[in-house]
Structures are given as C-alpha cells and as structure tokens.
Design a protein around this ligand. Structure first.
Ligand code: GCW
Length: 712
C-alpha cells in the first residue's frame, strides 16, 4: 500500500502549526523528534520522500504513525523539497509475508521473531531504505531504530543494520498498588488509573507503550509483587485487559503479580496448598478466565515466602511445588511464571545474603520449563554496590532472569542524578567463573538453559503519573538504559548514555561528551557518599531515605544497619570469609577469591581494623573519610558541569536538573557528615588533616524524622 508522499503532506501540516517551539517538560522522553538543523536536513529528506508500508495490522499502523510523527517533526517543517526531488528515496516497511519484501531476498532467517533489518537497497535505480522483519513487531522495532539514526544524526546512506534481542522477556515490573500508590515510587501516582479503567483509557498508555517499544521492552507486570488478591477478580481483570489492548500493538504483553494465598482469601478454599487438587483446579480456572479476557496474557510474577508474603512453605511445600502449580495452570495457554528468588526468612539466624542461594540451589532441575527464577542483581537488596548474586550460574538447569531496580529506592530517590546503566553493566560483565553456565552474568542470562530456553531481564519501573514520567529528567535515562541492556546485555553503558543524551537533549558534542561522562561518574559518586568500600544497608529505616548507620532497634536483626556494618571499637565490616558467615563460599572458587581481594567489596566481606592500611596507603578510617568526602566533591563537580550546559538545554529542563543537583549536593553532604559522625563515635579516631568535621553532632542526625517520605 502506497501511503503518500510524506514530506509534501507533512510540510503542509507543519505550515499550519504555530511556529513557536513547544516548551519542553520531559513528557516526550527520548522521542522528541525536534527539527534537524537546516544544513543537515536535506540529506535526510532525500531518504524520506515516500513512506510505503507493506501490509496492514495495528502494529504496522503503529510503526507507520511513529515514522510519520518522527519524520514530520524532524524533517517536515519548512522542508526544502528541491533536494528531495532531485534524489528521491523511499522508506519501505514490511515482513517477509509481503511480496514487496520477499522479492528483495533479504537475509531474514537469523533475525528470529523480534529482530529486524534496516538496509539500503536499490530498487529500479532508486535508493530505498528497507525496514524488514519476520514479524510486525520486528518491523516496529526497526522503525524506531531508523528514527534513532536520524535523531542521533547518523548518515542514512548504505545502511546495513541487523539486530535482534538477546533475551526473550524484557519486562518492567510495576510495584503499583490498586489505590494508585507505588511502592518505592518517586514519580507520583501510578500511571494505571485503575478506578477509571476499563472505560477510560488514558492516552498515556499508548505513549508508555511507544517509549517501551522504542527500546525493545516487551512486557509489563502491572501490579506490585506485594500483591492484593483483588487484582485477580473479574472487574480488575477487565481493567488489566483494557491496558493489554492499549499495549498490544506495541508488542507488549501484560503480566500480573499474584498473591499465593488467593485461593483461600478470595476463592473460599480452606487452603492454598499447591499440592491440593482443589487449589490446583482453582488456579487452572483462574488462568482460563484470564486468557478469555487477555488471549496473549504473559503470565504471573510471584513473591512468595518473603517479607511476610504467603507461599508454599506455609504448607511445608517447596518453592518448586508452588511455582510448578502455577506453571501448570498457565502452560496450556503459553504463559510463564516468574518466581522471585528474593527470599529471606525471619526464623533463620543465617547471614541474610546467604538465604536465597541456600533455599534455591537444592531445587535446580525441579522447576517446570515455563518457570523462570527471577534473581536480583545482588544477594541483598539493590544497594548502591553489591557483588553479583551467587545464584547466577549456580542453577544451570533452571532458567534464570535478572531483576534490577530502575526506581532508586536506595540511591537517592528521583532527586539524585545516578545513572544506573553503569551499575547494571558492572553486574552483567561480572565473571562468575562458572564456565559451563556462560561465565559472565550477561552470557549466563543469554544462554539460558540451552537452545529455545526462556531468557529474560526485569526492571522495577521508575514510572509514574508525573509529567516527565520518572520524577526527574535524568531518571528517564535509567528506563532507557534498562530497555537497551535487556535487548543486548553486552552493550556498553557509556554508548547507551551518549545515545540517550543526544535523543533527550542535544546532539552537540560539547554537550554529549561531558554529560555522558557525568552520568558515568555519578554511580561511583553515590557509592562514595552513601556506602563506600563495600558498606551496605545503612540507610534510614522503612522509607530508606537518607543515612541511618545507627539503626539498631528494628524488630528483626537483619533490618538493622548495625547488623550489616558491625562497627565497634575494633573495626568495621561484615566478616563473610570462611572464618565468618562464609557467604563467599557460595561463589565459584576463583570468583570468591577475586571478590575477597576487591577493595570495592572490602567491608562486604571483611571485618577490618580501623588502622589497617588499605591500597592507597591510608588507614581504613582515613580512607572512609576520604571516600565520603570525595563523593560530595563529585556532586559539586556535577553541578558545575551541568551549569556549563545551559546553552544546549531548554531553560525549563535545565533549571529542573540544576535544582535537583542542589538537593543532591546537600543530601550527599548530609550522608557524609552523618556517617562520619556515627562511625567516628565507634572508631574514636580524629579526622585526617584537611577534612572538615560534620556540621552537627551525631544526635542531630539521629533525630531527623521523615514521616511523609514518598514510596513507603
Ligand atoms: O527492597 C525491598 C523493598 C520492598 C520490596 C522488596 C521486594 C516490593 O524495600 O519495598 O517490596 O524489596 O523486592 O520484594
């Protein structure tokens, strides 16, 4: 189907639109499609004189709409058509099912169901940019790729791009509650307007889907893992179905978190025992009901026997018994179970970071093929830095997916600029030294349990109803980077940061280089001002906002900061060597040896005397103070960098970021001062020369209260 001559029609539209540039508020994310500079524009226009979409479907229409939107935004206004007319070039989209594409004989076989080609081919002496794939959603991904090339000012001549996702499930986990609060959410209310659904479908759902598809995200778990049974009732399933309808054209499947006790709490059964036939029948019936409403429903995410959630262990059954029961209910429909490995029990006196490995490794090989184990990046809980989770590579017969946290529960909420691509890259590149499984975490994820196996990555979403979606402009980068890394876990986080900065703000190299640099350094900065040298879990209680190394009265030992840092007159750090909890014994021998020797994890694995010399030649105590101070200095430097970027950024977004960086500097100083005040009360040592004492006495820091901190 020949659609129309794009530029002609779009130039007309542009002429009708008011000339004034729209103010930037962040809503457009990295899909801003602002006009290409006048000098560069004709070259792009020459490639886009005609848009031809072979075939028709909701997904192909989405691809066409996106191209029209993007091309008109970037190339349409005041288009000098002369150049285009001299050298007419078309864009052709479609799948191999269409004769126009099949006739080109393109190598589509290796692209799989979601990959695509973007190629320059000659047709009747004319240069045509072809976006081709085996499926409509592959075409959509290719369309976004083509737009990205223009957005980032890459040349369109002689294109020979071929890409396919390395992981099958690329999923956002929304910790969104049915009352629209968001657990650990810092971007306003939930985007899911449950109350008005299904009749009212907020147009935002489509923009959410566009953003996700542009980076290849293909799944959304709609509700919190701390799940309410009501989400499985008919009215709420109908609401979920309405969301699924909005997301479907963009290749995004909907999943639900389920509460393990639902058969009891809403089904009227006396038990939720996974081996009880009535319970199994209840879940099978529930799955049938869901698939009647959502034929392509993705499956269930489950948090069981963790932090008070019900689970199979309540009935003396194992995680495998529980997961396999749900898997059996979903299996006839092609659904999957994502069973979380984030478990730790209140009865266990064992080092908390050891519990998931201890509970799950004996179950390797006992999970149904449509079960995936979803494992957080580290063995504790999304801290600024943790060693990789010892479960990676340790369960070679179990499909294992990585869970990362895109929302910044422990990293300064949405007001701190911290680029998480760096953190995730560190985990993905970590070498588990389990060569049979793939060795690096990225390769373990990609390989799965063998050909055709389930593979995946999940990110706890940072998205809310705030106008800029993520609460801050720079947190959009974390959503973006999650999608890009889930598509290809081997990508460099720097390249992703550069792409994002170009698309979101400016292509000017004088902007891209320093801003990408700042993003890359921001991760180490937050480690330094919060938890240097392997410290962890020393934040404020419950809300997790700000420092709280003094927390010692939580009801469970392993909810207290003192449990983790163990600072006393003799030294600081958690001994996880053979002489201590031996958590290091859960890693392959070589990996364990490397971790023990790595200063980044010093206090994660060792209890170290205050006067012990570290690599810098300083004592541990002095080094702690130096690192805390260095983190604050880095944030000051980030502010200077950003101030100098004013010429490249619209005033509104520039001012927002500058204001947040000022908050970040103040809070980095607070973290430094509070932690130094507390640890000095243990170490009883003076600060090294030239380092300022904390602004307040320790009691002042301890007295701070934040009853209305968000995300709780
Ligand atoms: O880190 C903890 C969070 C909880 C969260 C839990 C989990 C959804 O503080 O808010 O609950 O992790 O991952 O299940």
């Amino acid at each position: 189907m020949r659609l129309r001559f794009v530029l002609g029609a779009l130039a007309l539209l542009a002429a009708l639109a008011p000339a004034a540039a729209r103010a930037e508020d962040g809503y457009d994310l990295w899909l801003r499609y602002r006009p290409v500079e006048a000098l560069a524009r004709p070259a792009y226009q020459a490639h886009a004189t005609e848009l031809v979409v072979a075939g028709d479907s909701p997904t192909l229409r989405a691809a066409r709409d996106e191209l029209e939107r993007g091309l008109s935004g970037m190339l349409g206004a005041e288009a000098p058509l002369a150049a285009a007319v001299d050298r007419p070039g078309a864009i052709l989209l479609g799948t191999a099912a269409q004769p126009q594409i099949a006739g080109l004989g393109l190598p589509l076989a290796d692209l799989g169901p979601e990959g695509y080609l973007v190629r320059t081919v000659q047709v009747d002496g004319r240069a045509v940019t072809v976006v081709a794939a085996n499926s409509d959603v592959g075409v959509l991904y290719g369309a976004f790729r083509l737009l990205r090339l223009i957005q980032a000012r890459q040349p369109l001549d002689h294109l020979a791009i071929s890409d396919r996702p390395a992981l099958r499930l690329r999923v956002l986990d929304h910790w969104d509650n049915l009352d629209r609060t968001v657990e650990r959410g810092y971007a306003g209310a939930s985007i899911w307007d449950w109350w008005k659904l299904p009749d009212y479908r907020d147009p935002r759902y489509v923009d959410y889907a566009r953003a996700n598809a542009s980076v290849g995200i293909n799944g959304a778990v709609l509700n919190n893992v701390n799940a309410k049974p009501e989400s499985l009732t008919q009215p709420y399933l109908r609401k979920a179905a309405a969301i699924a309808d909005a997301l479907r054209p963009y290749g995004i499947k909907v999943y639900l978190s389920v509460r393990f006790a639902a058969p009891k709490e809403m089904g009227g059964l006396p038990t939720a025992d996974p081996l009880d036939p009535a319970v199994r029948a209840w879940w099978a019936g529930k799955a049938d009901e869901i698939y009647r409403l959502i034929p392509d429903f993705g499956g269930f995410l489950v948090k069981a026997n963790s932090e008070g959630q019900p689970g199979p262990q309540d009935y003396g059954r194992s995680h495998a018994d529980g997961a396999n029961m749900l898997a059996a209910a979903l299996q006839p429909h092609g659904g999957v179970v994502m069973w979380r490995a984030f478990v730790y029990s209140s009865e266990q006196p064992e080092d908390r970071v050891k519990q998931a490995y201890a509970e799950f490794t004996p179950l390797d090989g006992r999970f149904a093929p449509n079960v995936m184990l979803q494992v957080k990046n580290g063995p504790l809980d999304f801290q600024p830095r943790e060693p990789f989770h010892p479960l990676f590579g340790a369960m070679p017969k179990t499909p294992t997916m990585l869970e990362v946290q895109v929302t910044k529960e422990y990293l300064g909420f949405s007001t701190h600029l911290v680029y998480l691509g760096r953190l995730w890259e560190e985990v993905l590149k970590a070498d588990t030294h389990r060569p049979d499984a793939g060795s690096t975490v990225a390769r373990i994820l990609m390989r799965g349990t063998g050909p055709g196996a389930l593979t995946g990555m999940a990110g706890v979403a940072n998205i809310g109803a705030d106008r800029n979606w993520t609460g801050s402009h720079f947190d959009q980068a974390n959503w973006y980077a999650f999608g890009r890394l889930a598509w290809d876990p081997n990508q460099s986080s720097r390249a992703i940061a550069e792409d994002w900065a170009r698309l979101t703000f400016s292509n000017d190299p004088a902007f891209v280089a320093p801003v990408a640099d700042m993003m890359l350094r921001s991760r180490e900065a937050v480690v330094d001002y919060m938890t240097p040298l392997g410290l962890h879990h020393i934040m404020g209680e419950h809300h997790h906002y700000g420092p709280g190394p003094w927390v010692a009265d939580a009801p469970r030992a392993d909810w207290n900061s003192v449990y983790y840092h163990r600072a006393d007159a003799g030294g600081i750090g958690f001994d996880r060597t053979e002489d201590g909890s031996n958590a290091v014994g859960q890693y392959a021998e070589q990996a364990g040896a490397e971790l023990l020797d790595d200063e980044r994890y010093l206090l994660w694995f060792h209890h170290v005397p205050w006067d012990r010399k570290v690599r810098s030649g300083r004592t541990l105590w002095d080094e702690l103070v130096v690192r805390y101070s260095r983190g604050v200095d880095e944030v000051r430097q980030m502010r200077r960098t950003w101030d100098a970027m004013a010429p490249y950024v619209d005033p509104a977004r520039h001012a927002d970021v500058a204001a947040f960086l000022a908050i970040q500097e103040r809070e980095a100083q607070w973290w430094r001062d509070a932690c130094i005040a507390y640890f000095q009360s243990q170490s009883k040592r003076p600060l090294p020369a030239g380092y300022a004492p904390p602004a307040h006495p320790l009691e002042w820091y301890e007295a701070q209260k934040f009853p209305y901190a968000p995300g709780g």
